[in-house]
Structure formats: structure tokens, C-alpha cells
Ligand binder design. Sequence first.
Ligand code: NAP
Length: 281
Amino acid sequence: MILIDGKKAAAELRQELKHEVTGLKAKYNKVPGLTVILIGDLTPSQIYVRNKEKSANEVGLKSEVIKYPDSVEEKTVLEKIKELNTDETVSGILVQLPLPKHINKQKVIETILPSKDVDGFHPMNVGNLSSGYESSVPCTPLGCYLLIKKVEPNLNGKKAVIVGRSNLNGKPMTQLLLKENCTVTITHSKTKDLKAECLEADIIVAAVGIPELVKGDWVKKDTIVIDVGINKTDKGIVGDVDFDEVSKNAKALTPVPGGVGPMTIACLLKNTIECFKRTQI
Ligand code: NAP
């Protein structure tokens, strides 16, 4: 079984991006800039943002974090986004989710200029991705896609089963694999026989949020299994895939932690650089 090392893949990607930023700096005499807006003092969000800032600095991006208290008014955040939209030194804008209840997430997402939407959540980017046009792609599915391609560069005709249909993970994952000519089945909580669907798959991507849902006897011998889940349990952090069982069966599997997670941040940096490049003449 191939243990897909997300930490190593992310380190390699960051190295490539660092070289790319050096080249862009030499060519344009400026570097891509990422601005993250962090609202409130939720510990996981603070940790994510700190890691994003650290990684951005490591590859040579200009990085900035704007912090607001939980009580910040929605209009203050929207005004700040509009200001960043017109700031030429800012290539990418990310508003860390989740947001306090009084702030409308959709309004925030739609206020970000699509060309600076490094999360790929703006409806214009969602539409472009599903139409096969150039777009920002949500970072986690992009990371999953890059890991799958490392194991199997040619995905033509492969049968992929996506478990979970969230806008964040399942749906964009579907689009990315469709583009690669996979035959994609997207499953969810109302799917009748999830085990039978998974047993058909050459590729399984599990993004559900249920600890160890995907079992060993759901997986064929030659299946690539990508585990997006991050679930806190009594035995620590586990994924949506039963690692011990599935690792005996699958062709390749991502561990949790150390699989998809590290790729997510590296892909955010990649998206920031892509946004920068698209605006240069
Ligand atoms: P989400 O928005 O809660 O969506 C979960 C999806 O799973 C829904 O489509 C739901 O179906 C489906 N589902 C629920 N129970 C199911 C079942 N028994 N069988 C099949 N499908 C079922 O979750 P998410 O935001 O995509 O996150 C999924 C997991 O990924 C979480 O553990 C999250 O922490 C993790 N995550 C990891 C990263 C990373 O960087 N590694 C990033 C983001 C999220 P319905 O639509 O029918 O309700």
C-alpha cells in the first residue's frame, strides 16, 4: 500500500512556489500578496491563520492578517473587503470561516472580487469551475486532486466516488475529477447503499465528518483513497476512513493527520500566486 505523504507533497509544492515567487519578483519587481481577515478569537481559526501566515512568508509572499473582534459590524468587514479589492498590492483575499452569526457569510464571499477570491467560494468561480473555465479552485479539493495525480497521473475513465456533497469539498472535487475524464458518483447522507457505491470505485474521496465511516470491506484492492475528514475523538484526531482496515486493502491512502491537511495551505499559496499571475500583463 502506498501511504500518501501529504506533508512531503506540501513541502515540495511550497518549494516549487518559492522558486516561482523568486521568478515573479525578478520579472515584475513585486510579489503576490495574501490578506487574511480573521474575526473573533476561535482557537482553531487562530491556529489556521497563523499557519497560513507562516507558510506565506516561507514562500516569499507578502502576507497580512487583519483581525477584528467577534462584535465587529458586518458593514465594517464589507468595507474593508472593498478597500482590499482595489489595493493593487493584494492579490488574494481570504476571510477565515466560520463567521460570527450576525455576519452573512454569503454576502462576505460575494463582496470579494472573484479575481482575488483565493478560496474559490465566489459564485463566479464556482460557475467557472463547473463550466470548465479558468477559476480559483477551493484549496482542500485542489490539494486532494494533486495528491491523486501523484499516485495516478492518468485518470482517464477511472470511476471516482465522492462521499459528501459540500460546497467546500465534495462538489468542487467532483468538477476536478470530471475534468480529468473520471466517471464521478457523488454520494451523501441519503445515498441508499454507500458501501456498494464505494466498492465500484477506483478513487474514493471521503469528506463527511463521521469518524472512520469508510470501512476496509468497502474498498477494492486497487483503489486510491483520499481522507479529507478531521474528527476529534477519544483516541485523538481521526479521518472519515478507517485507516487500520482500509490500509490493508487500498492501493494508496492518505493518513490523518499528515495527508490532505498540509496540502490545503500549500494550495492557498498556489491560488494566491495564480491570482497574481492572472492580473499581470
Ligand atoms: P459538511 O459541509 O458537513 O458536509 C458533509 C457531507 O457529508 C454532506 O454532504 C452530508 O450529506 C454527507 N454525509 C453526512 N453523513 C453521511 C453519511 N452517513 N453517508 C454519506 N454522506 C454523508 O462537511 P465538509 O465541510 O465537507 O467537511 C467534511 C470533513 O472534512 C470534516 O471532517 C471536516 O473537518 C474536514 N475538512 C478537512 C479539511 C482539510 O484541510 N483536511 C478542510 C475542510 C474540511 P448531506 O448533504 O445529505 O447532508
